[in-house]
Ligand binder design. Structure first.
Ligand code: UD1
Length: 427
């Protein structure tokens, strides 16, 4: 696993104008799945083998958090970890770890459902706008939990949770995951309406089912969870779903640099909508037996895009799309419907010469034939990757600092791009 933030903070990525990119990239497992799969090991004693685990800093942070609670993690093979839950669990998530990673909130559901109490600090992670947990709390309260907030910690308790009918006003990813992982041990049936249905949630539900949980509607917006007796779930082995955001990152790289890439493991069914829009921009994306081929010839065409919950275009794709539009032919308008603060990287793209104006939750991107290399700073994971992609289309040299953000979610972005012909180094 790569060293976490502090040790890496001095490093930089240097990218020069590149292309065409040619060859094969193996797309790693999804960060937004594996962190939740790891948290699910709190639900039952035993040994878990998770495969297709990306080599990213957030996995190491999650492993530290779970170690503090009572589940140990060892690396047991290439992209494989073995986790051991020996049944000695202290349901307290310490501040130093929680503040570094948003997915730490995912210990709430398993701990509350299985152990009846949990204390954790309010979660950190990417700093883009306010990220409340009111829907997590309301759903768990409907199941009988009580919450107290004191000194920055949330303390939740429940004798034994009971089933409830929960309708989300918005399909929150984290809230859906926490209610499901709490409900697997609740007394009775929990129905979640307007549940989030990202592929990573289906991946989590599939693992829970193989542990003995009773869940209907996996992959749909109505999840029905019939609770089982505490202690009756068992450990399992599970392969992490491929990362659709990393797949899109390599598509964006080919899009701005030109070329043809085979993305091994990329799954059309998990990224249908965004692939359709990429095709509208002029990319040719062809299904293969174990992945997708992306072919990029000539200049991209501009399109308008709005982010929406799955199956809509994920907010995590947006920095990549804005980058593609920055070198496309025409003007594109990008509308952010999930996180108002998620346009901050635009200033960094402007340093590379991009013509982008933001107005509230809209960005108007006027495409230019080329960008111009400069020193920039990665403000978060996805925006950091988008700056790397932008560097491939920028004359001269682009130096990107804040590399520790990229390491949180990308498994060897530099090595993977270099292997297909990009001029890129980490210094
Ligand atoms: C997850 C992903 C993140 C992605 C996001 C949306 C992980 C670790 N992170 O984040 O990469 O961008 O889904 O696809 O998987 N909200 C509330 N109250 C709540 C919960 C959420 O108001 O109780 C709001 C949030 O502030 C945000 C929106 O709902 O504006 C989306 O949040 P949510 O779907 O919960 O995303 P996360 O699980 O935090």
């Amino acid at each position: 696993m790569p060293p976490t933030a502090d040790l890496e903070s001095e490093q930089q990525i240097v990218v020069r104008k590149s292309g065409p990119l040619l060859g094969e990239i193996v797309v790693p497992g999804a960060k937004n799945s594996v962190l939740k799969l790891m948290a699910a090991t709190l639900l039952a004693e035993g040994e878990y083998r998770l495969s297709n685990v990306p080599d990213i800093a957030d996995v190491a942070i999650m492993a530290d958090l779970l170690d503090a609670i009572g589940v140990s993690t060892t690396i047991s093979g290439p992209n494989e970890i073995t986790m051991h839950n020996g049944g000695v669990i202290e349901p307290v998530a310490p501040y130093e770890l929680v503040e570094r990673i948003r997915a730490s909130i995912n210990v709430l559901g398993p701990l509350l459902g299985r152990y009846g109490r949990v204390r954790l600090s309010l979660p950190g992670g990417d700093d883009f706008g306010s990220r409340p947990i009111d829907m997590h709390v309301a759903g768990l309260e409907a199941m009988g939990a009580t919450f107290e907030v004191a000194h920055g910690d949330v303390e939740a308790r429940a004798e034994r949770l009971h089933g409830a009918d929960i309708t989300f006003e918005f399909p929150s990813v984290g809230a859906t995951e926490n209610i499901v992982t709490a409900a697997v041990h609740a007394k009775g049936t929990t129905v979640i309406d307007n549940a989030a249905r990202e592929p990573e949630i289906a991946d989590l539900c599939t693992m829970l089912v193989s542990m003995g949980a009773d869940i209907e509607g996996v992959g749909s917006s109505t999840l029905v969870v019939h609770g089982v007796e505490p202690g009756s779930l068992r450990s399992t082995d599970h392969r992490t779903v491929t990362d659709r955001i990393q797949a899109a990152t390599y598509i964006a790289a080919a899009a701005v640099a030109g070329g043809e890439l085979f993305l091994r493991g990329a799954r059309r069914e998990d990224m249908e909508m965004v692939l359709r829009r990429f095709s509208d921009m002029g990319l040719r994306i062809v299904d293969q037996h174990h992945g997708l081929t992306v072919c990029s010839e000539g200049r991209l065409r501009s399109i308008d895009v709005a982010t929406l919950p799955y199956p809509g275009i994920a907010t995590d794709y947006k920095p990549l799309i804005v980058t593609m539009l920055a070198v496309a032919d025409g003007v594109g308008i990008v509308t952010e419907n999930l996180y108002p603060g998620r346009f901050r990287y635009v200033e960094e793209l402007q340093r590379l010469g991009a013509d982008i104006r933001t107005d509230g939750h809209h960005a108007v991107v006027r495409g230019l034939p080329s960008l111009s290399g400069a020193r920039v700073r990665a403000p978060d994971i996805r925006a950091g990757a988008a700056l790397v992609v932008a560097g491939l289309a920028a004359e001269g040299e682009t130096m990107i600092s804040g590399v520790h953000h990229i390491d949180r979610g990308y498994d060897d972005l530099v090595g993977r791009l270099a292997a297909v012909g990009a001029s890129i180094d980490r210094i």
